[in-house]
Write a protein that binds this ligand. Structure first.
Ligand code: SF4
Length: 373
């Protein structure tokens, strides 16, 4: 496979956020050398022969918290990857960073290492809400991080924000949007809070300490973000993502186009266009298999045709690229347009923000109608 898109999962975090169920490894001291060596080993195990394995259009270091590898660790990780993969001209190289890891020195080092884009996990500018989330930064640190990125010459950066927090947190989403917009971000990702199993948030909800935001407030927050961010010139190009023209996230866009990608590190997924596989989720299990010279695969699947169709409908509808209106689906799109859930332009059906709030149901309905033709 000529790899164009590569993901590396860096699992380390300082602590677990109250809502997070990602595959992470909480470490006070991050074993950066051990991790980089293991990623090199995994690449060699899965792509034996040592030959160049593709020219990357996007490289994404996600997590966990990749910025916890430190400036040198990130540079060594990128070097290790580029020992086997080339980079296309103009490639996008993204690192997810938490504000507390961003200062003038780290931003300059990432720039030297070839990073072109930073996804900054701000989540809120309300210190009380950040403490409730168990985040390890405060609003002052988030603002300093943005200034450090700008001073280092990064033009491509994104703010991650979370909406629909429980009412007990008393967070003002409007005020957070004000503060985000005051920074003139080229890209913003907005995610609605969900209560996942095995998280402190789930336990708090079970004890009645917090109450999940109801559907009305979830919708109100989502639509307020749409209204405010698009008024500032950002394009709502995917259900959770907004960007200035030319600043869309190219790596994630590849996932939404369902093109092949490779993933390394614990829990990382890969897709060859047919089969999806994923690695051992836990860091210790992934590491011990890699160090023993084994492919750390944790599972694999080939979706049946019906599931592929549902996935294609879901992926198409979640972005502003939409889906082609085919024979048989015209009536459905007309009904959705009447409800204000979709628009059809030149034979392409796209969901509106009101439609995105019903994405799962609409993707299911589209697949069901398509299956009859
Ligand atoms: S920093 Fe991100 S990955 Fe780490 S615990 Fe918090 S939400 Fe999860």
């Amino acid at each position: 496979m000529d790899t164009r898109h590569l993901y590396v999962h860096v699992p380390f975090c300082a602590r677990r956020c109250s809502y997070c169920d990602f595959a992470i490894a909480v470490r006070r001291r991050v074993p950066a050398s051990e991790f980089v060596a293991a990623i090199s080993r995994e690449i060699d195990l899965r792509l034996p022969g040592g030959a160049p394995a593709g020219s990357l259009e996007t490289l994404y270091l996600g997590g966990g918290t990749p910025s916890r590898l430190g400036p040198e660790g990130v540079a060594r990780l990128i070097d290790a990857i580029l020992g086997r993969f080339g980079l296309s001209s103009g490639a996008e190289v993204t690192i997810e960073a938490n504000p507390e890891d961003v200062d003038a020195a780290s931003a300059a080092a990432w720039k030297r290492a070839g990073v072109t884009r930073i996804s900054l996990g701000v989540q809120s500018f309300d210190d009380r809400a950040l403490r409730w989330m168990h985040r390890t930064h405060d609003a002052t640190r988030a603002l300093a991080a943005v200034h450090a990125l700008r001073d280092a010459g990064f033009e491509d950066w994104s703010l991650d924000l979370i909406f629909a927090l429980p009412r007990e947190v008393e967070r003002s989403w409007s005020r957070d949007l004000d503060q985000a917009l005051a920074l003139d971000p080229p890209h913003v990702s907005c995610y609605g809070l969900t209560v996942e199993p095995h998280t402190p948030l789930r336990r708090w909800r079970e004890r009645g300490v917090v109450h999940e935001a109801d559907e009305e407030r979830y919708e109100a927050d989502f639509l307020e973000a749409h209204r405010r961010l698009t008024a500032a010139g950002l394009i709502h190009y995917e259900v959770s993502n907004y960007a200035l023209p030319g600043r869309t996230a190219r790596h994630n866009s590849a996932y939404w186009r369902r093109v092949p990608y490779l993933g390394f590190g614990p829990s990382a997924h890969s897709f060859d266009g047919n089969e999806r596989r994923w690695n051992e989720r836990e860091y210790a299990a992934w590491l011990s298999r890699v160090e023993a010279g084994e492919d750390p695969v944790g599972g694999r699947e080939q979706l049946p045709a019906a599931a592929v169709e549902l996935e294609e409908a879901y992926l198409g509808l979640r972005t502003s690229s939409g889906v082609a209106v085919q024979p048989g689906t015209g009536l459905l799109f007309r009904q959705w347009s009447d409800h204000g859930w979709a628009t059809v332009v030149d034979g392409v059906g796209m969901l509106t923000p009101a439609g995105w709030l019903r994405l799962d149901a609409l993707a299911g309905a589209l697949t069901s109608v398509r299956s009859r033709y």
